[in-house]
Design a protein around this ligand. Structure first.
Ligand code: NAG
Ligand code: NAG
Ligand code: NAG
Ligand code: NAG
Length: 812
């Protein structure tokens, strides 16, 4: 009942919308596509998952063979990159019954934990992949044969299964970051049943397995691994380094309370461990903190510490990829996400800087200022330089120093010292990121695809405003890619297929990187979209290919200015405009209400209405008042008067460019004439809800408020008023909008109530006014009844004779 009242209240509020509600819209996605819209426009292909599987989290993209291999619960899948729902293969890989029973006896949940969750999927050689899973709390690994060429059409799991300890975690909730290079598997994972022994391992290959120091919180402190990458340091392969991204608990004393730090760790690929100490342990491990924060107004920074995902964007120089990262906050109070970029130059500078050292009376962290042994810990051994062939030859003082100083003192700050994207005012968080480099007419752009924890993908391009130090984020699209809100946990982008693949616990989805036709046919519409993948080609908005030179092609990513790009096409554009502009006639009955619909495709556009009584009259802007309500979906005219007849033009303005979207000719029929028409038994053709027989009660609509007004005709009349809003396809947005207005209304009422109270008090006692507040509950109900009464008063004695009243639906 409470929620019913709430919804009715929201509907009511729709009738008291105020002017000036449309303000700045720079932070909203220009285009928002629902799951249904994505499917209907052929922009989404889905794999809905198997009934006996879930957790489609481990992806391996093989562009050469045209396959996407996905590791999930008890299964491995191989999808066709062209269309994931067309022909896919699956290999069931459940744990044995014995293992399942053991897992159950150990007190684990049979369906959620005692299964084989695939966590590692890495290319091993030309014909095989290496695959590992949790194996019902007993990690296992195997060899997956995929063949040499696509036409081999091979996909089978070999019979040989080996122990997966140190490769896959035991617990399916934990993640593994892994990478197989030159026959060796690097993995950051937990290596015990209890999930306490976290380490970075190197296994497989010809060397003895090697790991980080065990149970030493200076090295790793309850870490969660995010990703592993090989980045060359120089042209000498001896200098190749492995970088691990993870988050971990800050060490006591480093921070007040429990805090998380984001980290980057480095290792030398040719590290073989120490000789006398640190035997079979890394001797070149170092870690540094990654900072991603926004300066606050009062000197307190907002820190984003929960590193979620990392994407390396390659550049011309393989030594210096750009590091794209996604962070969220660890705060329970406020949800926020950010994207920070780091340069390898900054990262290397920090690893060459001072080591963190604990010293002084408070045992605090300070930069180490003593003598650093030679060769400097963290440097890779090299036959050609430095005189140390292998880490086994390193002097004891180097090993000792390395063991006690794994952390660097200085943190790594992001490029330009701040995030390039921050989102804090929303009820979702970022989870994944992939980036595509796109050539456009006016330069090269990085287009980011960001996955969220509610199953949506944001497509964002960062455009330099003046210089590269001042970037503007243009949120091009927001798309829902899963049938229900679920976190996106895996993301791969295929430049060859121009497709994006997404994983979650409920399935796998696929979408194209661009859908230029959605922006509209006109030059201006295509130009306003600012999508580097799209350009106006002379007739429509289509995929931009930098190679093909065409004179008619128009694109402006940097400014998105249709005036400079399309003005010479004015005439042609107008023709195009004719096809996109909607023209219609609407009939309304005197003293009833009508809704003129106009919602621009772009959420960035601001709409306004022009009114022209006859073609001789001047156009004038429609201003909001009690009777005329401007909403984001259109214009609601309450209690139509005969003088409301005329031409209504809905115009959208975006980036200084104005477009007429809708042209409505409204004719108001007076009641006498309507009676006449009805008496003659003629059905009048009309498009207004006001005159159509009222549609059946929509299932999602709350019933009318009950007694004492239940059956009164006035109420039915009001109900019809709502229906004209409710019938609207985008009721949700009406609701959202209403909610804002409702808040405003409350504030307004509170001020009013305060005023009345002040007056009363002054009259009675002559005292100074005091603040008076109601609980929100009381206020909401008060507002409903007050509004209700007000609306009833206004309607009293009106429109009783209109026929459709008798046919108004009864509330349930
Ligand atoms: C993908 O394949 C399915 C099943 O064959 C088909 O219904 C669908 O239209 C295809 N989608 C695309 C975009 O090719
Ligand atoms: C899950 O169900 C599919 C059929 O939908 C079947 O082929 C597969 O073997 C089952 N997997 C397991 C692990 O039982
Ligand atoms: C790849 O590795 C598998 C498993 O070790 C082995 O059986 C196979 O022969 C190897 N293939 C090639 C081409 O080296
Ligand atoms: C319409 O409303 C006007 C103004 O309130 C009133 O004078 C008139 O009688 C009403 N007309 C009908 C047909 O109800």
């Amino acid at each position: 009942m409470g929620s019913t009242r709430g919804s009715v209240l929201l509907l009511l509020c729709g009738l008291v919308l105020l002017a000036g509600a449309q303000t700045s819209k720079s932070n909203v996605p220009r285009l928002k596509l629902s799951y249904k819209e994505m499917l209907q426009s052929n922009n989404l292909v889905t794999f809905e998952g198997l009934a006996n599987s879930s957790a489609y989290h481990t992806f391996l993209l093989d562009e050469e063979k045209g396959r996407l291999v996905v590791g999930a619960k008890d299964h491995i899948f191989s999808f066709n990159l062209l269309n994931i729902s067309k022909d896919y293969s699956q290999i069931p890989w459940p744990p044995s019954t014995t293992r399942r029973d053991e897992c159950k006896w150990a007190g684990k949940d049979l369906s959620r934990e005692c299964a084989n969750f695939v966590k590692v999927l890495q290319p091993l050689n030309q014909t095989h992949l290496y695959v590992c899973g949790t194996g019902a709390f007993h990690p296992v690994c195997g060899f997956l044969e995929v063949g040499r060429r696509p036409e081999d059409n091979l996909f089978r799991l070999g019979p040989f299964i080996e122990n997966g300890r140190g490769k896959s975690p035991y617990d399916p909730k934990l993640l593994t970051a892994s990478m197989l290079i030159d026959g060796e598997l690097y993995s950051g994972t937990s290596a015990d049943f209890m999930g306490r022994d976290f380490a970075i391992f190197r296994t497989l290959g010809k060397h003895h397995p090697i790991r980080t120091e065990q149970h030493d919180s200076r090295w790793l402190n309850d870490p969660r691994f995010v990703s592993v990458h090989l980045i060359p340091e120089s042209d000498n392969p001896e200098d190749d380094k492995i970088y691990l991204f993870f988050r971990e608990s800050a060490i006591d004393g480093e921070h007040a309370g429990k805090a998380t730090h984001a980290r980057i760790g480095q290792l030398c690929k040719n590290d073989l461990g120490g000789h006398r100490s640190l035997v079979n342990k890394w001797t070149t491990f170092l870690k540094a903190r990654l900072v991603c924060s926004v300066p606050g107004p009062n000197g307190i920074d907002t820190h984003f510490d929960e590193l979620q995902d990392v994407f390396l964007m390659s550049t011309k120089d393989p030594k210096n990829p750009i590091v794209y990262t996604v962070f969220t906050t660890s705060s329970n109070i406020f949800k926020g996400s950010a994207v920070c970029l780091y340069s390898m130059v900054d990262i290397r500078r920090v690893f060459l800087g001072p080591y963190a050292h604990r010293d002084g009376p408070n045992y605090q962290w300070v930069p180490f200022q003593g003598r650093v042994p030679y060769p400097r810990p963290g440097t890779c051994p090299s036959k050609t330089f430095g005189g140390f062939d292998t880490t086994k030859d390193l002097p004891d003082d180097v090993i000792t120093f390395a063991r006690s100083h794994p952390a660097m003192f200085h943190p790594v700050y992001p490029i330009n010292n701040k995030p390039i994207i921050v989102k804090t005012d929303v009820d979702y968080q970022f989870t994944q990121i992939v980036v595509d480099k796109v050539d456009a007419e006016d330069g090269q752009y990085d287009v980011m695809f960001i996955g969220t924890d509610i199953g949506t993908v944001m497509k964002v391009v960062s455009v330099p405003r003046g210089s590269w130090h001042d970037l503007e984020e243009v949120l091009l699209e927001e798309m829902t890619v899963f049938r229900e809100p679920t976190a996106i946990t895996a993301m791969e982008l295929s430049t060859k297929q121009q497709q994006l693949y997404l994983g979650s616990s409920i399935g796998v989805s696929q979408m194209p990187l661009h859908r230029c036709e959605v922006y509209g046919k006109a030059c201006a519409e295509c130009c306003l979209a600012r999508d580097p993948y799209c350009a106006w080609d002379g007739t429509e908005c289509s995929r931009y290919f930098p190679m093909a030179k065409r004179r008619t092609r128009r694109q402006d990513i940097r400014n998105g200015d249709p005036l400079t790009q399309c003005s010479d096409l004015q005439h042609q554009d107008e023709l195009n405009g004719q096809t996109t502009m909607l023209e219609k006639s609407v009939f309304g009955v005197e003293n009833s209400s009508t809704f003129l619909e106009c919602s621009p495709k772009s959420q960035r556009a601001l709409t306004s209405w022009q009114y022209q009584r006859t073609s001789e009259d001047r156009k004038q802007e429609v201003k909001a008042e009690e009777r005329l309500i401007l909403t984001e979906q259109g214009l609601l005219i309450r209690t139509l008067g005969r003088s409301d007849s005329g031409l209504y033009l809905c115009q959208a303005v975006e980036h200084g460019f104005m477009q007429t979207l809708v042209k409505v000719t409204l004719e108001v029929i007076d009641t006498e004439r309507l009676e006449d028409l009805l008496h003659r038994g003629q059905e009048t053709a009309s498009q207004t809800p006001a005159q159509d027989p009222p549609p059946p009660h929509p299932p999602h609509l709350p019933p009318l408020p009950s007694s004492p007004h239940r059956e009164s005709p006035n109420q039915k009349l009001w109900y019809r008023d709502f229906l004209s809003l409710v019938n609207h396809p985008t009721l949700n947005s009406v609701d959202e909008f209403c909610e804002q207005v409702w808040k405003r209304e409350r504030k307004h009422k509170r001020q009013k109530a305060q005023l009345v109270q002040q007056q009363q008090q002054q009259q009675q006692r002559g005292q100074s006014p005091t603040m008076h507040t109601h609980g929100p509950h009381v206020r909401a109900h008060g507002l409903v009844s007050a509004k209700w009464k007000h609306l009833q008063d206004r309607q009293k004695g009106r429109n009783r004779r209109t026929h459709e009243l008798e046919r108004a639906p009864r509330s349930v």
